[in-house]
Design a protein around this ligand. Structure first.
Ligand code: NAP
Length: 693
């Protein structure tokens, strides 16, 4: 029997002993054994900290992002292999797509996130603050990668996505990791890690793998490490209370079981599109991945007068689901991940039966195609009904991690909100309504208890990613019972692996440290107009102070005519009594245009390719006729911009790309008074690189 291997300290090693036997969830045949017995768990953490961490820390965010993209492209070439193994977990093609291609998609999404970071090994976080009258003392925040290792302990239901959604984030942040998948489906995770390691795309020590028990791993974590856990609340609580984790103040991000819910809005009646959308969403959530989704809908709240109609519609829809061997193309729902998981689900349903009754499906029988219902871990979808949801606690606290959901009545929206909160914190909740007032009341009333809320109606249903799908750039996690964690979420997710440090000093010092120009630092003489410099030649702090230009009343009139902006404040005939202004005031956009007229240099072609946009723009004082405007124009930040890769026929049509970078410029509009700054903007240009086409 094949023994899964552990990838530890740069080597594939076999654990000792026979290990835990792993079975094909569809046929019941043994496929592999997993053991991590004999592994030196302490050495895993030390290797990650001493080998993987320095290698990743010295890469910039952009290098790490490009590494993730290369990895995603590589894994995409191995899809057939992964799908073939995934079927053995009981997953259908659609289930496997979510797991495998969803996971790879996560790598792509995080790779693209690099554009939100500088090409540095650390970054600034948020705004800078001036703390002094004479502009010599300021503060900001920086984020640096932690010097430890991320330890990911994952659940069994998404052996690929569960790993990739987490490692994408810690790798982008600059931290190495060790992955410990749930043992029962670890054969698929192992296959993916084998491909990752053999690709040599990640630096040595960036990723290690444990197939089997985590042993005493957590007893050796240290303060610079981060632990993430996905699984049941009971295991999570046990691990989170590890004295070493508490003593070392190790961040512990937990994603645990949650009693997610969906609400049918009071406005939705049979015949409206939202009625069918509601039914379809429930069927999808109950059957996709055989209901083994942390985000699965466990509680369904429906206006009491619509209970019968809606449960009959859901039951009719569930009866259309073909269950069986995922390799059969007619099958829409496969098996659970294993016999143990099926037994656990049935036990949980038995507990729920104390206050609920089964209105669709059965615990004892299931009709399957192309498979043996007993050898495989098959189960029928089970719809339960609980008619007194305020009297029962079990239905809000017992999670049956399979194709199981309970329908319950509510009298009014306040009740629906209260019921949604009885789950004591969930990963997500949905409401199906076309009524914006209902939607707003539900969202503002219930949001405190849910990590994500989907408002579903005919406007978005076709393109909606659905109740159950966490998205890489949005928060995944929830309060209370859901673990109190926050995975993914774009920049937010990356920050879990970075230390935030407040940085104080003079603007010039902080400019030198961060390589981002800070307002009030002395500028540098660029030698020539900075627009004549190529990307590589530009220095942070390169500064020009422009000629002056007097703003006249005629200028303002002409701009009003040209733009069509005849707002009363820009007209000299306005009676200004009771307004914010003393007299005719220049349009802010006119002043910004004047600024461009002053800082843009020449009629000749130069390395600046185009104006890319404005990040921020503030007009801090009115500019009246007679004011003398001058611009302080400073090179603030430089960001790389990758050359477009020609991959698809459309890319050829768009032509070859120019080697270039993005340059951010600080534009300060000065008016020569005691408080000279009348406006501030950060503009972006695309600048050509030298000696490239
Ligand atoms: P589980 O039994 O709690 O196991 C989760 C992970 O913890 C597995 O990798 C397991 O390894 C490991 N583990 C168990 N005991 C451990 C110990 N003493 N030391 C270190 N690791 C230990 O959960 P599961 O059955 O795999 O997953 C189902 C549950 O996960 C459901 O309740 C579901 O709601 C939840 N879930 C939540 C999310 C989310 O994002 N919130 C996502 C998916 C699943 P072994 O497999 O080797 O025991």
């Amino acid at each position: 029997m094949y023994k899964l291997q552990n990838y530890i300290s740069g080597q594939w090693i076999n654990g000792e002993g026979d290990g835990q036997m792993l079975y094909n969830a569809v046929t019941g045949d043994a496929i592999a054994a997993a053991t991590s017995k004999g592994v030196d768990f302490k050495s895993i953490l030390e290797y990650g900290r001493s080998v993987g961490n320095p290698a990743l820390r010295k890469m910039t965010f952009h290098q790490r992002g490009n590494m993730l993209k290369a990895l995603a492209l590589h894994l995409r070439t191995k899809l057939d292999k992964f799908y073939a193994i995934s079927y053995q977990t009981g997953a259908t093609k659609a289930d496997s797509w979510v797991d495998i291609e969803g996971g790879i998609g996560n790598l792509f999404a995080n790779a693209s996130l690099r554009r939100k970071f500088p090409d540095e090994i650390f970054c600034i976080d948020g705004e800078s603050h001036n703390y002094s009258k004479n502009n010599t003392f300021m503060g900001t925040h920086i984020l640096v990668p932690k010097e430890g290792i991320a330890i990911h302990i994952n659940a069994f239901n998404f052996p690929v996505w569960g790993m990739l959604e987490k490692i994408a984030v810690n790798l982008l942040a600059g931290m190495p990791c060790v992955v410990k998948p749930a043992t029962v489906t670890s054969y698929l995770t192992e296959a993916v890690v084998k491909e990752i390691i053999s690709s040599n795309i990640l630096p040595e020590g960036a990723l290690q793998l444990i197939c089997g028990s985590a042993g005493d791993l957590l007893d050796h974590v240290m303060s610079q490490d981060v632990v993430t856990f996905t699984g049941s609340a009971s295991t999570g609580l046990m691990l989170k209370s590890n004295p070493n984790i508490l003593r070392e103040s190790v961040p512990f991000n937990m994603e645990a079981d949650s009693l997610n819910c969906i609400v049918l809005g009071e406005d939705v009646t049979p015949g409206k599109p939202e009625w069918d959308i509601f039914v379809k969403e429930i069927r999808k959530e109950m059957t996709l991945k055989a209901g083994q989704r942390c985000t699965g809908i466990r509680r369904i709240f429906v206006p009491e007068n619509k209970m019968e109609d809606i449960w009959k519609a859901i039951a009719a829809s569930l009866s259309q689901t073909t269950i069986g061997n995922p390799l059969n193309s007619t099958v829409r729902m496969g098996s659970l991940a294993g016999q143990t998981q099926r037994n656990e689900v049935k036990e949980q349903v038995q507990k729920l039966l104390a206050t609920s009754q089964i209105i669709y499906g059965s615990l004892d029988s299931v009709e399957v195609v192309d498979a043996d219902a007993h050898k495989g871990a098959f189960m029928s979808p089970v719809l339960l009904m609980n008619e007194k949801p305020f009297a029962a606690d079990d239905v809000h606290s017992i999670e049956a991690f399979g194709p199981v959901s309970t329908i319950m009545p509510y009298k009014n929206l306040d009740e629906a909100i209260e019921l949604s909160k009885k789950g004591k914190g969930s990963l997500c909740s949905s409401i199906v309504t076309m009524d914006y007032t209902i939607a707003k009341k539900y969202v503002t009333g219930a949001a405190s208890h849910h990590g994500r809320i989907l408002v579903l109606n005919n406007e978005c249903a076709k393109e909606s990613t659905g109740h159950g799908s966490p998205l890489p750039l949005l928060v995944h996690g929830g309060p209370g019972r859901a673990g109190g964690g926050e995975e993914m979420g774009g920049l937010r997710g990356v920050k879990h692996y970075l230390q935030r440090t407040a940085l104080q000093g003079s603007p010039a010092t902080i400019t030198a440290i961060t390589n981002v120009y800070q307002q009030n630092a002395a500028g540098k003489d660029p030698g020539k107009h900075p627009f004549k410099k190529y990307f590589e030649e530009l220095q942070i702090g390169d500064q020009v102070i422009t000629e002056k230009r007097v703003i006249t009343s005629e200028d303002i009139d002409k701009f009003a005519d040209l733009s069509g902006d005849h707002f009363y404040a820009h007209s000299k005939t306005t009676d200004f009594t009771g307004t914010m202004f003393e007299q005719q005031v220049a349009h802010g956009y006119f002043i910004m245009s004047v600024a461009a007229g002053l800082f843009v240099d020449s009629y000749e072609k130069n390395p600046v390719l185009l104006n890319y946009g404005i990040d921020e723009l503030r007009f801090t004082k009115p500019v009246y006729p007679g004011a003398e405007i001058q611009i302080r124009f400073t090179c603030k930040e430089k960001l790389p911009n990758d050359k477009r890769v020609i991959e698809k026929p459309e890319d050829f049509k768009r032509g070859d790309d120019i080697e270039k970078g993005i340059v951010k410029w600080l534009v300060e509009i000065l008016d020569g008074t005691e408080e000279p700054v009348a406006g501030v903007a950060t503009i972006l240009t695309m600048v050509r690189r030298k000696n490239k086409n």
